[in-house]
Design a protein around this ligand. Sequence first.
Ligand SMILES: CC(C)(COP(=O)(O)OP(=O)(O)OC[C@H]1O[C@@H](n2cnc3c(N)ncnc32)[C@H](O)[C@@H]1OP(=O)(O)O)[C@@H](O)C(=O)NCCC(=O)NCCS
Length: 178
Amino acid sequence: MKSWSYRSKDGRPIGVRYAGINDAKILHDGFCDVVSEGQWLPTFISSATVPDWANWIQRASVGSEAILVAEVDSHYAGHLTLQPEEWMASRHVAKLGVIVIKDFRNLGVGRSLMTSAEDVALVKEYEKIVLSTFSDNDLALSLYQSLGYRAIGFRVRHFKMERGYVDEILMEKIIQAV
Ligand SMILES: CC(C)(COP(=O)(O)OP(=O)(O)OC[C@H]1O[C@@H](n2cnc3c(N)ncnc32)[C@H](O)[C@@H]1OP(=O)(O)O)[C@@H](O)C(=O)NCCC(=O)NCCS
């Protein structure tokens, strides 16, 4: 199965590959770690269990979904998910989610995952990728903009986080002109 190689800003190898069943626990734990920071994601607990992750990975290995894992020096650093929009008429649109765990941020891992995800999205015949982020997530916004995502809307006071109301910014990128 295809994999991708990059180099981090501090010179370490970054590998990106498709998730396998054995990654279920590390993906679960990584997601829980980022949720527990209470800052970046619009949820306060992770309800998905390790078996739920295993099912998701299994599903993604055959269908239109995809789960990619990034490793720095062979250590899990983050992951990315692509899922089709629910509407039948929007199955050409992938929703993207990405996290990088705290110790590996700002090294180029997120960029590596998102670059690989475009390859995967094209193979899976998506034509467009959508995502959203908090309006105060400067790092994420800067990364997405530099990769060609454009902000297409605001949802004002959309999330009630511990720090107060946070706006949501919706972004999209056309990856396949028709
Ligand atoms: C958002 C996230 C996925 C990005 O991954 P990452 O590996 O940290 O990002 P990268 O290192 O690839 O890229 C970060 C870019 O932002 C820039 N940046 C860093 N801090 C910044 C700041 N405060 N303001 C603006 N830009 C900033 C970096 O210079 C870099 O750009 P460059 O590649 O042109 O130098 C990751 O930080 C993360 O998981 N954060 C917590 C969870 C989260 O926010 N998930 C996304 C929810 S939508």
